[in-house]
Design a protein around this ligand. Structure first.
Ligand SMILES: Nc1ncnc2c1ncn2[C@@H]1O[C@H](COP(=O)(O)OP(=O)(O)OP(=O)(O)O)[C@@H](O)[C@H]1O
Ligand SMILES: [Mg+2]
Length: 385
């Protein structure tokens, strides 16, 4: 482990550390974290490319994106482990580009717990306080509080090897929070855990976030995790942030095809602009005209639809002019407990996903059916493929 990393993990600082530290709970700073044209290049090639983002104080911000999209590199620049190539970085209004990692007043939790194996849970959590020369009398209550926050008080005397992965990760969280940093950075902290434990720790981390009031920046490539935890999500692709918004905004109103297809399930019709009407745009998809209420001046278009916005019915049922309608063939029907999931094949051979809570009246697998959706349900996007 590098010296800078150890220092940040443990909150250790060389000298006058208190100046950089904002104790929590305390006054919420007026400004959070701002990234201004932030760029990191390796060998002249940008891996973080002109990123602009304002993270609000006390916000739970998640960086979501595929592998190699620049999430860790961006987090690492905020932490101070990675030098900035160009652009600016401010924490609570203060420029920190030239401030060393250990003076930035941040805590950090990683995927691999990084607890000191030769120290008990108590000693691990105490370490940052000891380094910071906090009086023993004060230390014990701070350790107790931090361990209580993650429900690990009863494990104080155990060693890391005697804990499960989830318990180790909770101790790592307690150690990062014990000195009350105003910013906590987490890079895939639950990546090594099984699904059930991950779900539970997600809600624990959310609870801790509410209790401490610090700014959390959380990295994940798991869209469900991002949706369930975040105040806002920044979607990374190829070193750039494609869109920032709440989970609802990103799901309902994606601004790019990448964001729309990365977050949640979708069906996409690709076609060309075939004219505008008083109510929106007409798209030609392999000879079929589809209608949308949105407008976009692009030749190559993509119409994105969520599975719950699509309806399937028998081919002889009545229709209204407010819907789009395509004859399809039912390929599969899967019972999901609370809903049914259908895969249907469109005339051009592509498939669409349909989710419905009620399968009454839906034709059997192998039969033709009508696929319908309201004209306002489709999200019209540029075909960026
Ligand atoms: N030290 C380095 N030298 C050269 N290239 C690097 C270095 N660190 C990262 N990269 C490259 O920068 C890009 C972004 O990497 P980064 O680790 O930020 O991705 P990520 O979004 O965190 O991915 P993952 O989800 O896999 O963790 C990748 O293409 C990676 O290979
Ligand atoms: Mg990463």
């Amino acid at each position: 482990m590098s010296k800078a990393l150890t220092q940040v993990l443990t909150g250790s600082t060389d000298t006058d550390s208190d100046a950089a530290m904002q104790p929590y709970p305390g006054e919420v700073p007026a400004e959070g974290i701002s990234l201004v044209n932030l760029t990191k290049k390796y060998g002249g090639i940008p891996v973080v490319d002109d990123v602009n983002l304002a993270i609000k104080p006390g916000e739970f911000m998640t960086f979501l994106g595929p592998s190699g999209s620049g999430k860790t590199t961006t987090l690492s620049m905020i932490a101070g482990f990675t030098d900035v190539t160009s652009g600016d970085l401010k924490i609570h209004g203060n420029p920190v580009k030239d401030v060393p990692a250990n003076k930035r007043g941040i805590g950090m939790v990683f995927q691999n717990y990084a607890l000191f194996p030769h120290m008990s849970v108590h000693a691990n959590v105490e370490f940052p306080l000891r380094v910071r020369k906090i009086a023993k009398s004060e230390r014990n209550s701070m350790i107790r509080d931090a361990l209580a926050m993650v429900h690990m008080e009863e494990y104080a005397d155990r060693f890391p090897a005697e804990l499960s992965g989830g318990q180790q990760q909770r101790v790592a969280l307690a150690r990062a929070l014990v000195y009350r940093p105003s910013v906590l950075l987490m890079d895939e902290p639950l990546g090594a855990l099984d699904k059930k434990l991950r779900d539970w720790l997600q809600s624990e981390i959310k609870r801790v976030h509410r209790e401490v009031g610090a700014t959390f920046v959380y990295v994940t490539h798991d869209q469900e995790e991002a949706l369930s935890m975040s105040d806002r999500i920044a979607v990374f692709n190829n070193g750039k942030i494609e869109q920032v918004g709440t989970g609802v905004e990103l799901y309902e109103k994606p601004e790019t095809l990448f964001v729309g297809t990365f977050l949640g399930e979708s069906t996409v019709f690709y076609g060309t602009h075939a004219g505008t009407t008083s109510t929106g745009t007409v798209i030609d998809v392999a000879g079929t005209h589809l209608h949308t209420t949105s407008e976009l001046k692009e030749t190559k278009l993509a119409l994105l639809l969520r599975p719950e916005k699509l309806f399937l019915s028998a081919t002889d049922s009545a229709t209204t002019s407010a819907v789009n309608e395509v004859t399809v063939s039912v390929k599969s029907a899967t019972y999901l407990g609370a809903a049914w999931r259908y895969v249907v094949e469109l005339p051009d051979g592509t498939s669409a996903l349909v989710r419905t809570e009620n399968n009454a009246g839906i034709p059997e697998v192998g039969q033709p059916a009508l696929l319908r959706w309201n004209v306002e349900s489709g999200v019209l996007l540029r075909d960026e493929r």
